[in-house]
Design a binder for this molecule. Structure first.
Ligand code: ZN
Length: 419
């Protein structure tokens, strides 16, 4: 890799603590580490396959965490697991103990028993979770290894963490715990999630997940016909809810993602429930959507009860139970944050173009409490996230890893050999 910008001194003196991308890449150790991602590309991909083939269903990340811990310990990092199940590997800095956290989530959306075997075909890898978040986890290991091999040191201590519970009902519990433990010392958080180099997630998408259940007397489809039916009530409510207008700006979305209930086709069900995901660039819009959802379902239940009464079958009424499964707070990185400037500098150096994005990641929690955080893809290309057809293409991953490493060295401050 050639250096296109004016070179400054390769020596890091105590008075020049702030580094630019030019400072960084003039250091031969940095060049060695950057080159490693290209040299070891095949080995990095093999590692990704091994990590992704260890199942990590929601709430069951411990086997994958242990394997990640073994890899990071072999690199020489001090490894521990916290009460939440996060795998935390520490790389001490030369400064006063402030921290930069590099986090990748361990969990997948796939339930236990899903075949997570990875298949290679035409330069692509196919397998559930291969990219989200096999790519991010592999990046932790590749970066830690390249830093060790090139003897790179930083002023801030680095924490490489495999976090639990990023997806769905995990409700970001891993990163929440990390923030609880380290809030005072953490200066920056970089979440590595999935593939790509073309975005920087600087804003946290607020979301809320709600479960609504309807219970009733149940009965026989023929002899009890007319008794209130929880599935019918939910269907009426859903049909009304999905007509709720949502603003385009701030962008606001809803999804009835799960529906279950009933015991057999010829039984009036005694219960049924739905799970709904609500997201918005603005938290008040989410609150409005939740109110609309509850009102629509209650309306569906009332309608179903009216009809049951008209048929003389009201009997025991339907009841509604709503439960908030998870809340993800919003937040935004200030546009003048040094963390954003660091990614921009890396992009300039690599000739990479990227856009700012808002999404729901481990960065949500630090952003919501004012700790500078971003999420980045860890290079390569992917598709079909959260589906059984998920794929990842490693070509170009090296640029993604270089981008992350330069960002880390910038914000954690590369230390010279004599510092
Ligand atoms: Zn992810």
């Amino acid at each position: 890799m050639l250096l296109a910008v004016g070179l400054l001194s390769t020596r890091n003196t105590a008075s020049s603590r702030r580094t630019s991308a030019a400072d960084l890449t003039a250091d031969p150790r940095v060049q060695q580490a950057l080159a490693a991602f290209t040299v070891y590309a095949a080995a990095i991909t093999d590692e990704q396959i091994r990590l992704s083939e260890i199942p990590a269903p929601p709430f069951h990340e411990s086997v994958r965490a242990a394997y990640l811990g073994k890899l990071l310990a072999e690199i020489g990092l001090k490894v521990r697991t916290d009460e939440a199940g996060n795998l935390i590997a520490e790389r001490p800095g030369k400064g006063k103990g402030d921290l930069v956290l590099i986090a990748a989530h361990l969990d997948t959306v796939f339930p236990a028993g899903t075949d997570v075997h990875v298949r290679r075909e035409n330069g692509k890898l196919y397998g559930p979770g291969i990219s989200d978040n096999g790519t991010g986890l592999t990046a932790l290991v590749a970066i830690a290894r390249a830093m060790r091999d090139a003897k790179l040191e930083t002023r801030s201590t680095l924490l490489f963490a495999g976090t639990v519970g990023e997806e769905g009902e995990g409700n970001l519990r891993g990163i929440r715990k990390m923030m609880e433990s380290y809030r005072k010392q953490i200066r920056y958080v970089i979440a590595l999630d999935g593939a790509s180099t073309d975005y920087i997630t600087t804003a946290a998408l607020a979301s809320r997940r709600v479960e609504i259940g309807v219970n009733g007397p149940g009965g026989h489809s023929w002899s009890d016909f007319g008794a209130p039916n929880p599935i019918h009530a939910l269907a009426r409510g859903i049909a009304a809810f999905v007509k709720t207008p949502v603003p385009e700006d701030p962008r606001t979305t809803f999804n009835v993602g799960e529906i279950e209930g009933g015991t057999s086709v010829n039984t009036i069900p005694a219960k049924a429930q739905i799970k709904v995901d609500l997201r918005s660039e603005s938290e008040p819009e989410i609150a409005k959507m939740e109110t609309a959802l509850r009102a629509a379902i209650q309306g569906g239940v009332d309608e179903e009860m009216t009809i049951a009464r008209n048929r003389g079958m009201a009997g025991e009424p339907l009841t509604v139970e709503a439960r908030v499964l998870g809340v993800r707070p919003g937040g935004e990185l200030p546009s003048n944050s040094p963390l954003l400037a660091a990614v921009r500098a890396a992009d300039d150096y690599l000739g990479n173009r990227s856009r700012l994005e808002r999404s729901s990641t481990d960065a949500n929690i630090p952003l919501s409490i004012g700790i500078p955080a971003i999420a980045l893809g860890a290079g390569g290309r992917s598709g079909g996230a959260h589906s059984l057809e998920e794929w990842y293409e490693p070509a170009g991953r090296d640029a993604g890893l270089q981008r992350i490493l330069l960002t880390i060295l910038h914000v954690a401050e590369l230390a010279g050999p004599n510092d």
